[in-house]
Design a protein around this ligand. Structure first.
Ligand code: NAD
Length: 260
C-alpha cells in the first residue's frame, strides 16, 4: 500500500507518555505511524528526552516537546505548538501514571494525603486537562482520545494500592469526558492492559510475580505486549470504531474474566 492509501494518512496524533522503547505509548506510536499517522511526542524531564527524542525521530515525528502533565502551563504550551504546526488534532494518547514508590507496597491505608493527591493528579486529572486542551483542535472534525488503565481499578491487586484508586478515577473520567465530548464526535476510551514489563510497572512491588502468574493463568495462556496495545489503540482510532466511546476495553488475554 502506498503511504497515501494508509488508513491514518493525514491524521495527526499527540503521544504523551513514552519513556523508552518498552513503553505502552511507544507500542501505540509505532502502530499509528505504520498506518500513516503523523506524530508528535511529549516527554517528561531531560533524562527521558535522551530516550524519547531518538525514538520519535526514528519514525519521523513532527515535534518532541517537554511536558509535565501536572503543570498547566506546560500543557498549554504543548497545545499551542500542536495548533501552530498542525492546526488540528485527530488522536490524543494519554499513557501516563505516577505514584510515590512507598505507596506501591504495603498497606493502602498508609497512603498519606500528599501521596494520594499526587497519584490522582498525575494519573487521572491529567487526562481531563489534556482532553480540555485537545477539544478545540478536535471539535471541527471529531477525534479519538485514549488512555491506559489496569484491572487494579476494579479489583484489589496486591501493592497496586493508590494506583488502583487513581485508575478507578481515570475510568470514571473516561465516561464523563465521553458524554461531554460526544456531541462533537470526540470519542474517549480506556484500554485496560494486562501486565507488561515497563519502567512504570517495575515500580510496583511484586510485579514480576504478577507477570509470571498471569501469563500462566489467563485464558489464552499468553502475556500481552506493548504492540498488542498498539494494535487495539489503532483500531479505536479507525472509522470502524466510530460508535465506540466511554468504554474500558481489556487487552489482557481474558484475565479479567477469572474469579480466581
Ligand atoms: P512507562 O514508564 O513506559 O510510561 C509511564 C509514563 O508516564 C512515562 O513516560 C513517564 O514519563 C510518564 N509520566 C509520569 N509522570 C509524568 C508527569 N508528571 N508528566 C508527564 N509524564 C509523566 O510505563 P507504561 O507501563 O508504558 O505506562 C503507561 C500507562 O500504562 C500508565 O498509565 C500505566 O499505569 C498503564 N498501564 C501499564 C501496564 C503495565 O503492565 N505496564 C498495565 C496497564 C496499564
Amino acid at each position: 500500500m502506498s503511504q497515501t492509501n494508509l488508513p491514518l494518512t493525514g491524521r495527526t496524533a499527540l503521544i504523551v507518555g513514552v519513556a523508552n522503547e518498552r513503553s505502552l505509548a511507544w507500542g501505540v506510536a509505532k502502530k499509528l505511524h505504520e498506518l500513516g499517522a503523523t506524530l508528535g511526542f511529549t516527554f517528561q524531564g531531560e533524562v527521558l528526552e535522551k530516550r524519547v527524542r531518538p525514538l520519535a525521530e526514528s519514525i519521523g515525528a513532527t515535534f518532541v516537546e517537554s511536558c509535565d502533565v501536572a503543570n498547566d502551563q506546560d500543557i498549554s504550551e504543548v497545545f499551542s505548538k500542536v495548533k501552530a504546526r498542525w492546526d488540528k488534532l485527530d488522536i490524543l494518547v494519554h499513557s501516563v501514571a505516577f505514584a510515590n514508590r512507598e505507596d506501591l507496597e504495603g498497606r493502602f491505608v498508609d497512603t498519606n494525603r500528599e501521596g494520594f493527591r499526587k497519584a490522582l493528579d498525575i494519573s487521572a486529572y491529567s487526562l481531563v486537562a489534556l482532553a480540555k486542551a485537545a477539544e478545540p483542535l478536535m471539535e471541527s472534525h471529531g477525534g479519538s482520545i485514549l488512555t491506559m488503565s489496569y484491572h487494579g481499578a476494579q479489583k484489589v491487586i496486591p501493592n497496586y494500592n493508590v494506583m488502583g484508586v487513581a485508575k478507578a478515577a481515570l475510568e470514571a473520567c473516561v465516561r464523563y469526558l465521553a458524554v461531554d465530548m460526544g456531541p462533537k464526535k470526540i470519542r474517549v476510551n480506556a484500554i485496560s492492559a494486562g501486565p507488561v514489563k515497563t519502567l512504570a510497572a517495575a515500580g510496583i512491588r511484586g510485579f514480576r510475580d504478577i507477570l509470571g502468574q498471569m501469563g500462566e493463568k489467563n485464558p489464552l495462556r499468553e502475556n500481552i505486549s506493548a504492540e498488542d496495545v498498539g494494535e487495539f489503540a489503532a483500531f479505536l482510532s479507525l472509522p470502524g470504531a466510530k460508535h465506540i466511546t466511554g468504554g474500558v476495553h481489556y487487552v489482557d488475554s481474558g484475565l479479567n474474566i477469572l474469579g480466581l
